[in-house]
Write a protein that binds this ligand. Structure first.
Ligand SMILES: [Zn+2]
Ligand SMILES: [Zn+2]
Length: 273
């Protein structure tokens, strides 16, 4: 199984060293792990200026040597994308993009610069939150900077009690042009299993969204746990592979040097059983 969304001490919100998560990955049956630490460009973000790409890349090379033969360790990044920071993201990708195997583009901020956390919902309807969020997702896809899009329907994770009747069907029409752009550009989206462990109790996105993407002709999916703790590395991935199969997806993407290869889900399930 592939866990392509794992944080380490290079993220401001994570205290788990790379090696510890590598050991946890092996124990959980993960064969490929991508460490995707936050690359934050919003000056007010707690992680602003925290990420050190050169030190990170060296540390991954050490882990690659150390776990060779037992686990494939990939150089990844979760780059925050929002309308206000496109110039800095462009220069990060220009300088470092080629040094990575795999780059996630994730939208965490609303277009007005507010983090999409529970407070942001207070004086807004679900549409007020989701539609501008999805506009930014579309821009992230069209930027051409990212291999996959992180947690496609993230706002559902932070919706406070007053906003918990999220039904993805409401946004199907808005998602379709996003899927079309993904398919045209070969950009994947991830199934982020952290939603299974947290409030939404469903992955981000869940099966309905995957089905619509497949109906549109989409086939490229990455899988990740968004782990900030060693014990969640690999969690929910087996279930996700079953879910993808039921939705008509038969491969998941594996990345090296920013290029995808399509690995049959049946092969991964065989190895895991
Ligand atoms: Zn994220
Ligand atoms: Zn993350």
């Amino acid at each position: 199984m592939f866990d392509y969304h794992v944080h380490s001490t290079f993220s401001v919100d994570c205290v788990i060293p790379i090696e510890e998560s590598c050991r946890a990955a092996i124990a959980a049956g993960v064969t490929e792990i991508a460490f995707t630490d936050h690359v934050d460009h919003v000056p007010a973000d707690p992680g602003y200026g925290y990420y050190r790409p050169d030190a990170y890349l060296l540390e991954i090379e050490r882990a690659q040597d150390r776990f060779a033969g037992a686990l494939t360790v990939l150089k990844g990044a979760e780059v925050d994308f929002n309308q206000g920071t496109t110039d800095v993201v462009a220069s990060f990708i220009g300088e470092y993009g080629a040094a990575y195997d795999f780059v996630i583009g994730s939208v965490h901020y609303a277009p007005n610069g507010t983090m999409i956390f529970p407070d942001y919902f207070a004086d807004r309807t679900e549409d007020d939150v989701f539609l501008p969020y999805l506009d930014q997702i579309q821009q992230a896809v069209e930027s051409g900077w990212f291999d996959t899009i992180g947690h496609l329907d993230l706002p559902k994770r932070y919706a406070p009690k007053s906003h918990r009747n999220y039904d993805p069907a409401r946004y199907r029409e808005r998602l379709e042009p996003i899927f079309d752009a993904m398919i045209e550009r070969g950009v994947a989206f991830e199934i982020n299993t952290s939603g299974l462990r947290q409030t939404p109790k469903t992955s981000m996105p869940g099966p309905a969204v995957v089905r619509w993407y497949v109906e549109r002709g989409g086939r490229i999916i990455t899988t990740g746990t968004d782990s900030h703790a060693a014990q969640t590395v690999g969690s929910g991935l087996a279930k996700t592979l079953d879910m993808l199969t039921l939705c008509g997806i038969d491969t998941v993407a594996s990345f090296r040097a920013r290029r995808a290869q399509h690995v049959p889900i049946a092969d991964l399930q065989m190895r895991g059983s």
